[in-house]
Design a protein around this ligand. Structure first.
Ligand code: COI
Length: 353
């Protein structure tokens, strides 16, 4: 399929790198492609970034049949642009699509389209330390119909946003809040899919966490309300004794690309990594014994986010001395160094644009 290109008449002003936060600025162009059962995916095009006009009855607006991905393009010191594990994100997009009854995308073709878009938009990849171009591939259901079924037609699009740190705290420790009243996902649901509804389901408890002075919610499993699953927008890791622990993928947890990278890096340094069920009681017991050394979240947007405090059942604990732990710092540096082309790409994760 040929990807067509429609030029914009007006180019936007680029923000200063130092002013970048997360997700408010978008580039000049986007990629679009449509699906219908007769033609399959068709009309791939790069065109000026702009509104998607839709009928008020469009299915995605009513039943949330929407999936997305998040990955980043990085500028190296020599000015080159590179991606980090893009194939893994596109694979997960199809996994999410399968769970949401959406038609499969040709991952190789989407990668080609993304690279073409990035070549046009490379001037938008910021260069300051810790900044990058966030990439948001998305599929939405587009049938104008309000009966409940999966849509017959879809729009796939990719938008780009120059970003700085995800959390206002930057790499400083965040405070997380554990709830036994609300859950993000249940086993047998769509917790492992990167679908809009999972994020919508997290909003109410996150508001409560904010009101209590906490940044994010640490979700427990939806069956026993006992086992740790993930944090807001990230997977979660604990250093207990000399082990690095993270909840095993149980189909209600998102299989994070950064999560997998953390596991592989830590193992390569000889750290014992354990993926298993971890109860919140076990975390508090480890803290009592002085064995809970570090807690951090991992995600594309947040990279590595150290956790300084956890509150559960009205009891707040401080992790270590509340500052960034050595493994969190080492993982953060190594991941960033690989992503920005400063460290050897031992796992073949990086793809030049
Ligand atoms: C990401 O980390 O890329 C995500 O999609 C999380 C989102 C809430 C920003």
């Amino acid at each position: 399929m040929d990807i067509t290109f429609k030029k914009t008449d007006i180019l936007k002003k680029h923000p200063e790198d130092s002013t970048l936060g997360f997700g408010t600025v978008f580039t000049d162009y986007m990629f679009n492609m449509d699906y219908n059962p007769q033609e399959g995916w068709h009309n791939p095009r790069i065109e000026p970034y702009g509104p998607i006009v839709m009928d008020p009855s469009t299915m995605v607006l009513h039943y949330g049949q929407a999936i997305f991905e998040g990955l980043k393009a990085y500028r190296t010191d020599s000015g080159d642009i590179q991606l980090f594990r893009p194939q893994d994100n596109l694979k997960r997009l199809n996994t999410s699509g399968h769970m949401l009854c959406m038609p499969e995308l040709d991952e190789a073709f989407i990668l080609e389209a993304l690279i073409k878009l990035l070549k046009i938009e490379k001037g938008w990849v910021p260069g300051a330390s810790g900044t990058s171009l966030y990439i948001r591939p998305t599929i939405i259901a587009t049938d104008p119909y309000i009966g409940l079924r999966s849509s017959n037609t879809y729009r796939f699009f990719i938008i780009l946003s120059p970003v700085g740190a995800y959390y206002p705290e930057g790499f400083n420790p965040v405070k997380i809040w554990v709830t036994t009243e609300y859950v993000r996902a249940v086993r047998g649901g769509v917790g492992q899919a990167k679908t809009a509804g999972n994020y919508a389901a997290s909003l109410y408890a996150t508001e409560l966490a904010h009101k209590d002075g906490y940044t994010q919610v640490l979700w427990l499993d939806g069956v026993e309300l006992k086992y740790v699953e993930e944090v807001g927008s990230m997977n979660i890791f604990f250093v207990i004794g000399d082990e690095l622990l993270t909840p095993e993928l149980n189909r209600s947890i998102l299989s994070g690309v950064t999560r997998d990278s953390v596991i592989k890096l830590a193992k390569s340094w000889g750290v014992k990594v354990v993926e298993r069920r971890i109860s919140i009681d076990e975390i508090y017991a480890a803290h009592e014994k002085g064995e809970l050394k570090e807690v951090f979240g991992s995600g594309t947007a947040a990279v590595i986010s150290p956790v300084g405090k956890i509150k559960f059942n009205g009891r707040e604990i401080t992790i270590g001395d509340g500052s960034v732990g050595p493994l969190s710092a080492k993982l953060f540096k190594e991941l960033m160094d690989i992503q920005y082309g400063k460290a050897e790409d031992r796992f073949n994760w990086v793809m030049p644009v």
